[in-house]
Design a protein around this ligand. Structure first.
Ligand SMILES: O=C(O)CCC(=O)C(=O)O
Ligand SMILES: [Fe+2]
Length: 299
């Protein structure tokens, strides 16, 4: 029997969260990814935007730049309670090699808090925060009517000399359609401890972006097929590889480091280009992450 997953359009629905790339080399050469990005864009435009006067200015900024920064997001008392919960959870978080690269320079400790209400401050002030939920829903033009997943993360660089194992520090987009992540900084974050890096305005669709999607989709399908690709096309981090944004395109993209003190909220539309910033040796970045990717339909 033919597997449903083999049928191009149906296949998308077999995923739990939408994949950035899908399909064979032939399908992508025939324009599958171009169809996906344009299809997503048309569908997004046709859905009504949320009009809520309380969040209009934030939405405008996110619409313009693709990233929104809110300093001093919680009140002092709320922040203290969130930090307190983070500290009590921290012993349960153990540092491991990022992406399984044992001798790599970046380590990560994380914990998913999904479905628990054991951390009332984190749940109330971050996960269930009406402002964050409204902004995310509005940027995606999707309803957020279930509890979003929230996780705590600590990233730490252990050695300058060790091999670079951070595939997320390579400029990339998460999806071909608006997809929102909210990063809440739990410690002071700047260019010395991995501040999130974003290319403002790069979340917008353009002919250049569509051409990029075509190119990266074919190259990614070839990589997945096992082709040996020119090294200039790839970013390699230990055993992990991804197809990089071409040098010509990357030259037109201007990066901004999103620095902020503890208690800064960063909301990013990760259809835009972004990466994790660099760390000085021994430095740690601590944050909570709410990922809204699952609210986008698969296609
Ligand atoms: O941790 C970061 O700064 C960004 C990592 C990333 O690429 C992502 O969360 O999509
Ligand atoms: Fe990303």
């Amino acid at each position: 029997m033919i597997s449903l997953k083999k049928i191009p359009i149906v296949r998308g629905f077999a995923h739990e969260v939408p994949p950035y790339h899908t399909g064979s080399v032939i399908e992508n050469r025939a324009g599958l990814q171009v169809l996906r990005i344009i299809g997503k864009h048309v569908a997004w435009r046709m859905r009504p935007g949320l009009v809520d006067s309380g969040v209009r200015d934030y939405i405008k900024r996110l619409d313009q730049d693709g990233v929104l920064v809110i300093n001093d997001f919680l009140s002092e008392d709320e922040f203290r309670r969130v930090r307190g919960e983070y500290r009590s959870i921290k012993p349960k978080m153990t540092f491991n090699a990022f992406r399984g690269v044992d001798d790599g320079k970046l380590q990560v400790a994380s914990i998913a808090l999904n479905g628990t209400d054991e951390n009332p401050a984190i749940s109330t002030y971050l996960r269930d925060n009406a402002l964050i939920l409204k902004i995310a829903a509005s940027a995606m033009r999707r309803e957020v009517n279930t509890v979003p997943p929230i996780s705590l993360y600590a990233y730490r660089k252990i050695s300058d000399a060790a091999p670079d194992n951070d595939l997320e520090n390579v400029l990339h987009a998460d999806l071909h359609t608006p997809t929102i992540k909210a990063f809440y900084y739990l410690n002071d974050v700047d260019e010395s401890n991995g501040a999130f890096v974003y290319v403002k305005g790069s979340h917008r669709i353009s002919l250049k972006r569509i051409a990029h999607e075509y190119q990266i989709s074919v190259r990614t399908a070839r990589l997945n097929r096992g082709d040996t690709l020119p090294t200039s096309w790839l970013a390699v981090r230990g055993p992990n590889k991804r197809v990089a944004v071409s040098q010509e395109y990357a030259r037109t993209l201007v990066e901004t480091s999103i620095c902020g003190k503890a208690n800064t909220l960063v909301i990013a539309n990760n259809m835009g280009f972004h990466r994790r910033g660099n760390f000085a040796n021994g430095n740690t970045r601590e944050m909570a992450l709410i990922n809204f990717r699952r609210y986008e339909k698969c296609f």
